[in-house]
Design a protein around this ligand. Structure first.
Ligand code: GAR
Length: 217
């Protein structure tokens, strides 16, 4: 099976992009990153793409008169490079309904919370404020509403009593770097099936272990 051609949209440092690039560099990985686009010219992730030999483009949203004209420029760039599937990796812009319609069920996002909890900005601070004992990350199919759509992979991490938003962010990020390559592999192997508002994953081993936190001693 030919490798799935993936475009990655970023806005910042690109550590999730790096996890995808590293995974895709492994022999036999079923997806290939063929283009990286940032809406910010100074995004650190652009350098990561160039180092990996992947075409990288800055398309500053500020240069466009409205959301859809920016989205059309991104769409044209991705198509020019043969992109078949899009991963949002710290891409901090809402996409228009037009763009999401063009790429229906072919865009995924990673978010640092156990969705549908804590959508939007500062989800780690939201988790601390809510006093949850477990948080984590979610890879999901993108739908027009912010941080919404059928869930493909989640990982849970404990929230420690002395956590700050930064320490929790770092713990979740470690999980993100495992989740995103896993999700992309499942997608590229055509094992991810969107059925209405949920995803069915073929042949994945479900984990029946519950994670208790704190543990009774
Ligand atoms: C990641 O934690 C990602 O989950 C989050 O931004 C960070 C980007 O880091 N995305 C969102 O909050 C989207 N709603 P990275 O640039 O190092 O991958």
């Amino acid at each position: 099976m030919a490798a799935l051609k993936v475009g990655v949209l970023i806005s910042g440092r690109g550590s999730n992009l790096q996890a995808l690039l590293d995974a895709a560099a492994a022999p036999g990985f079923p997806a290939k990153i063929v283009a990286v686009v940032s809406n910010k010219a100074d995004a650190g992730g652009l350098e990561r793409a160039k180092r990996a030999g992947v075409p990288a483009f800055a398309i500053p949203h500020k240069d466009y008169k409205d959301r859809e004209s920016f989205d059309r420029a991104v769409d044209a760039c991705l198509r020019e490079h043969g992109v078949e599937f899009i991963c949002l990796a710290g891409f901090m812009r809402l996409l228009s309904d037009w763009f999401i319609g063009q790429w229906a069920d072919r865009i995924v996002n990673i978010h640092p919370s156990l969705l549908p909890s804590f959508k939007g900005l500062h989800p780690q601070a939201q988790a601390l404020a809510a006093g949850v004992r477990l948080s984590g990350c979610t890879v999901h199919i993108v739908r027009p509403e912010l941080d919404s759509g059928p869930i493909i992979v989640q990982a849970a991490v404990p929230v420690m009593p002395d956590d700050t938003p930064e320490t929790l962010e770092a713990r979740i990020l470690t999980a993100e770097h495992r989740c995103y390559p896993l999700a992309l592999r499942l997608i590229a192997e055509k094992r991810v099936h969107v059925e209405g508002d949920v995803v069915r994953v073929d042949g994945a081993a479900p984990s029946a272990d519950a994670l208790f936190h704190p543990k009774a001693v």
